[in-house]
Design a protein around this ligand. Structure first.
Ligand SMILES: Nc1ncnc2c1ncn2[C@@H]1O[C@H](COP(=O)(O)OP(=O)(O)O)[C@@H](O)[C@H]1O
Ligand SMILES: [Mg+2]
Length: 156
């Protein structure tokens, strides 16, 4: 299943993240594709705020993963941009982060292939003009039955 959203600015992007947070109910695996500056961290911020996080969300570029223990969910936010070798994931015990009761959000998942598990959703963010300003197109693709369920909640 496949869904396309557009977001004219960063606030709209965060709103998309909040909608996604409601639909995924705090668990699953979501890959975030897109170039530097595509809006992956902004969308993640919206998801985290939607799940009750208050405060800053920075991309864990150097630590690779940032955990969030929220009232309604445990979230692991990965940024694998600086991952040089997928073996680094083994060293950090990455399997523990992809738990069925947690939500894993992964920026730059291609850097972690082929070790990463199959995601429920793959999101692809690309620039998209809104009149004179540049917004973003967000394509949401399901990869598992649970991913289909999430997208069904968003459309239904
Ligand atoms: N839908 C959008 N339209 C316009 N600008 C956006 C949108 N979403 C995010 N931005 C802006 O793009 C910049 C990069 O966003 P960021 O989320 O850090 O990208 P990434 O994590 O993909 O590198 C930020 O200044 C952010 O405010
Ligand atoms: Mg980022």
């Amino acid at each position: 299943m496949n869904l396309v959203w557009t977001a004219a600015d960063a606030d709209a992007m965060e709103d998309c993240g909040r909608r996604l947070a409601q639909a995924c109910a705090g668990h699953g695996i979501i890959f975030l594709h897109g170039e530097l500056g595509a809006g992956k961290t902004t969308l993640t911020r919206g998801i985290l705020h939607g799940l009750g996080h208050v405060g800053a969300v920075k991309s864990p570029t150097y630590t690779l993963v940032e955990p969030y223990e929220l009232a309604g969910a445990t979230v692991f936010h990965f940024d694998l941009y600086r991952l040089l070798d997928p073996e680094e994931l083994e060293l950090m015990g990455y399997r523990d982060y992809f738990r069925s009761d947690a939500l894993a959000l992964v920026e730059w998942p291609v850097r972690g292939e082929p070790l990463l598990p199959l995601p429920d959703l793959e999101l692809t963010l690309t620039p998209c003009p809104f009149g004179a300003v540049m917004g973003r197109r967000i394509e949401l693709q399901s990869r598992t039955p649970y991913g289909v369920e999430i997208l069904s909640r968003l459309t239904g």
